[in-house]
Design a protein around this ligand. Structure first.
Ligand SMILES: Nc1ncnc2c1ncn2[C@@H]1O[C@H](COP(=O)(O)OP(=O)(O)OP(=O)(O)O)[C@@H](O)[C@H]1O
Length: 774
């Protein structure tokens, strides 16, 4: 074995030499390129003769400009490419590869040793591959097979063969720390080592230890939709990010990172996962939260409620008299039924029901809402709805033109002119003079004509109105949306089934909130849909792949919306129904509805059962908290059992937490979270524990995920993990309601190595069937 290790280290050394050579060559090249770019930029205008005298001169100037710009762009792109390769090579100097397969291809008698790393490396001749990229076709054998018959697919067909051996290497700083023949070692030694380490503030790539079931997700390449359901900590987010890297590699000629969008649960999560793709030498995809998208689209009309405020209401407002109605409203408005009802309501607006705003100028009506309505419904109904609105807009602009002409001679215009300040007069004068072709000194020769000034004054005054008409502000979307809820009976026209029994109360609540100028989170996507269906859908066809993480938090309504929004995209959704904490999701137990989105032929589903994040004792404890426990399998990693400590009052609790944290700090845990049920509970906990050194409170607006000790509401800890988790108060008083089971599960499953639960008084009934150490 020693001999083998020595030989392998020699190979690593020789590979490192090749890498160094390539780095030196590229460095020289990039610095040459950099100089080129700087030079082109510096002398850009020297190279181009700008002459616009005749048409031919003009043409020559344009051609010259184009050529220089093209040269600049080629040099920039080559420079970018080379820099990217350089950073990949520098990373490979540290860890050139992590795996090896000894493979005999059918029909060829020799065994080929295939070394696998984060990027391809060839020798100086360029003919021999020293390292294969983990995403290359042959590398899939490493992830998919144990020694024995194996195959892999290439663009030219399937290659069969025998996998003789599979090796794992742990190389750091160019030195082999350990290597394992996986057919001899029991258990996954390297995975054990990786998982046993502490966390830091970023998630890391898992290419060296991708598991077979995860590899299926990464390389899946059929249909429009891939649904991944997996236990907490099963590597859904990790697999999704490696999948993005895989797609960027496989389709490198036609796909770039800007064409992929990841919907993430919160802004802090963005910073948490931001390192994975760069670690793999790829650029980050676009990242957005659904809330950010809604804000972007609706901020001019409403202040949209934040999903966490909705959740906070659900968690803390049980005694509110409207609580039951709101929950029913959240659930119904999340459904595909409601989506269809909105669509059918919009269709009914083709023949009646549109709500318009009249247009006034200086207190006088130019066109009344009724006139607009009459005009709209007298238009050609064979036109598409959106085109009818376009025509209506043109008609309104014409009305405005008429008004503009009439207003010019009105006394108010002269009054405005008389009251103009010197500065304003000078501005208008210059504008009109320049328009007439007077320049520089000659400007003083211009004599202003009163009619022209009057015309300008009126045009300026009407400008905002013109802008509003062009932006369809005369369509009262808020009024149209509200109308849906004004009479509970109306819904029968738009639905083929009965509305929920709480519908009349839902209607009252919705109208009340809209009248107060508030758009609740459950109304935000339906409202936006309504707006889009009326004004024309603003789709985004440049996006080719949409990844939705924590998909259980999205309503079927939102998925329908995403499908329409990204018509050219394929979708990967990842979720865990045991972590479905939003009120709309409490009855959903699988992604069944989701498979209807693109239809069964376009949809594939993969289930991940093994949980990697937490130690075995923690997984065995947490899986007892939810149904389907048999579908969650712990990865064999030993550790302490979760501990439950029951205390009689808050003072004791805070003292106990402080001493626990001191103990965890001694054990070198660098990320410790005190997880609370809600933001309200987090605020209380944070105040009481503020003496603990460097303790931080995480709120819904927190952007950066930081190491250290944090107090955090469970719903913001989603998707993230900590070395040690302290459940602030797992008492029956806090977690007495069955509907909080999934939230509680989500909180406990954030722990990697250590889980401590406290309970002030009687523990929650969730803990009755599972037995943490007391
Ligand atoms: N194959 C693997 N090799 C190494 N680490 C892994 C592997 N799979 C998962 N992990 C680790 O397990 C942890 C959990 O992974 P991840 O966050 O992707 O899971 P998840 O399914 O998205 O979890 P959750 O649903 O709870 O948010 C991470 O630390 C990740 O690096």
């Amino acid at each position: 074995m020693d001999m083998e290790l020595r030989q392998e280290q020699e190979r690593v050394n020789s590979v490192k030499e090749t890498i160094t050579e390539q780095i030196n060559r590229l460095e020289a090249e990039t610095s040459k390129r950099r100089m080129e770019v700087v030079n082109i930029r510096k002398h850009f205008w020297d190279e181009v003769k700008v002459n616009l005298d005749t048409f031919d001169d003009y043409l020559e100037t344009i051609i010259g400009l184009r050529q220089e710009a093209q040269a600049l762009s080629v040099s920039q792109s080559t420079h970018r490419h080379a820099s990217k390769r350089l950073s990949a090579l520098r990373r490979m100097q540290e860890v050139p590869y992590f795996g090896r397969i000894d493979f005999i291809e059918e029909g060829i008698s020799t065994t080929e040793r295939i070394y696998i790393g984060t990027s391809t490396l060839t020798d100086t001749s360029g003919e021999n591959i020293l390292i294969y990229d983990w995403r290359s076709p042959v590398s899939s054998v490493y992830y998919d097979y144990q020694p024995g018959p194996a195959k892999y697919t290439t663009p030219g067909g399937t290659i069969h063969g025998i996998l003789e051996k599979k090796w794992q290497y742990l190389i750091r700083g160019g030195i082999i720390q350990s290597m394992f023949d996986t057919s001899i070692t029991i258990g996954d030694e390297i995975l054990q080592q990786v998982l046993g380490k502490g966390t830091d503030k970023h998630m890391h790539s898992i290419v060296a230890t991708i598991q077979q079931e995860q590899n299926q997700i990464i390389r899946h390449d059929r249909g429009r939709m891939l649904i991944v359901h997996g236990a907490a900590g099963s590597g859904k987010t990790s697999a999704a990010l490696q999948r993005i890297a895989y797609l960027l590699y496989k389709y490198r000629d036609m796909l770039n990172a800007d064409q992929i969008i990841l919907f993430s649960p919160n802004s802090m999560f963005n910073s948490y996962v931001s390192n994975v793709l760069p670690e793999l030498g790829e650029e980050n995809m676009q990242q957005v939260t659904f809330q950010e998208y809604l804000d972007h689209r609706l901020k001019n009309e409403f202040e949209v409620e934040n999903p966490y405020n909705q959740l906070e209401y659900v968690l803390t407002a049980v005694d509110n008299p409207l609580y039951k109605t709101r929950i029913a409203s959240i659930r119904f408005k999340a459904s595909t039924r409601f989506f269809e009802a909105i669509k059918s309501y919009r269709e009914s607006l083709e023949s009646s029901g549109m709500v318009f705003r009249g247009i006034s100028f200086r207190g006088n009506k130019i066109v009344t809402a009724k006139q607009i309505t009459d005009k709209f419904y007298s238009s050609d109904t064979s036109l598409r709805f959106h085109n009818r609105l376009e025509k209506l807009k043109d008609w309104l602009i014409k009305q405005l033109d008429e008004v503009e002409k009439l207003e010019r001679t009105k006394p108010w215009v002269q009054e405005e002119i008389d009251l103009l300040s010197n500065e304003a007069y000078h501005k208008l004068f210059t504008y009109l003079a320049e328009k007439r072709g007077f320049k520089g000194e000659s400007i003083h020769d211009y004599e202003i004509e009163p009619e022209e000034l009057a015309r300008l004054i009126v045009r300026l005054k009407l400008k905002p109105l013109r802008k509003q008409i062009k932006a369809f502000r005369f369509v009262n979307i808020k009024g149209i949306y509200k109308q849906f809820f004004t009479d509970p009976i109306l819904i029968k026209q738009w639905m083929d089934r009965e509305a929920p029994e709480e519908w009349p109360a839902i209607c009252l609540l919705t109208v009340k909130m809209l009248n107060e100028g508030k758009l609740l989170y459950e109304d935000a996507t339906p409202f936006l849909l309504m707006k889009e269906l009326i004004q024309g859908f603003q789709t985004n066809s440049s996006i080719k792949h949409v990844v939705v993480d924590e998909a259980q938090d999205y309503s079927p309504f939102q998925f329908e919306f995403l499908k329409r929004l990204f018509p050219s995209a394929r979708m990967t959704v990842l979720g865990d129904f045991n972590q479905a904490i939003f009120a709309h999701a409490s009855e959903m137990v699988d992604f069944h509805t989701l498979s209807g989105l693109y239809g069964p032929d376009e949809t594939a589903a993969i289930n991940l059962t093994r949980s990697y994040r937490s130690t075995k004792p923690i997984v065995e404890f947490t899986r007892g908290l939810v149904p389907n426990r048999e579908r969650i399998i712990a990865f064999e990693r030993d550790g302490e059992k979760p501990i439950l400590t029951q205390l009689s009052n808050r003072d004791e609790l805070h003292r106990s937490i402080a001493s626990k944290i001191a103990d965890l700090r001694k054990r070198q845990y660098s990320t410790i979270a005190i997880i609370c049920k809600s933001a309200a509970e987090s605020n209380v906990a944070y105040k009481s524990l503020s003496d603990i050194e460097e303790i931080k409170l995480v709120k819904s607006g927190t952007i950066e995920y930081e190491q250290g000790i944090v107090v955090i509401p469970a719903y913001l800890a989603k998707g993230i993990e900590f070395d040690a988790v302290i459940i602030y108060d797992a008492s029956a008083e806090v977690y007495g309601n069955e509907s909080l089971r999934r939230l509680f599960y989500t909180a406990c499953t954030r722990a990697m190595h250590h889980l401590q639960l406290y309970s002030v008084g009687e523990p929650s009934h969730f803990l009755r069937d599972v037995a943490p150490e007391m």
